[in-house]
Design a protein around this ligand. Structure first.
Ligand code: HEC
Length: 92
């Protein structure tokens, strides 16, 4: 049986990783900038009577808005956006 040395395996995997990483590292900020400004700007996140009261509510609302756009985000994408909105606006 032919065995691939760990070094060769690493050298082979390296370029694949550098290609895959930037795509996986789409930040919550980029995703909001690219997708979430058609209906409302960031002022809804800070308005006086904002509807979202906790993290669970924020997750639900982001999912709702994302789906109304017809997007099919993974949970990780929703989490990244929830985290971005929480750190910058909601601060739960
Ligand atoms: C199709 C139109 C539309 C798009 C696009 C949209 N939203 Fe919304 N969003 C709404 C509406 C409508 C509300 C409710 C506003 C209200 O209650 O006055 C809302 C409210 C919200 C709230 C709650 C604000 C509060 O009161 O606390 C969050 C958070 C939110 N959107 C996030 C997002 C995110 C993240 C995206 C991008 C994935 C997005 N929205 C894109 C329509 C949209």
């Amino acid at each position: 049986m032919n065995r691939i040395s760990p070094l060769r395996a690493a050298l082979f995997a390296l370029p694949l990783l550098t290609i895959a990483l930037p795509a996986a590292a789409d930040s919550g900020e980029d995703m909001v900038e690219a997708n979430c400004k058609a209906c409302h700007d960031s002022s809804v996140y800070t308005r006086e009577n904002r509807r979202v009261k906790d993290i669970a509510g924020l997750q639900k609302q982001v999912r709702r808005c994302e789906q109304s756009l017809g997007l099919t985000w993974f949970d990780e994408d929703v989490d990244a956006v929830v985290n971005y909105l929480n750190v910058n606006y909601y601060k739960f």
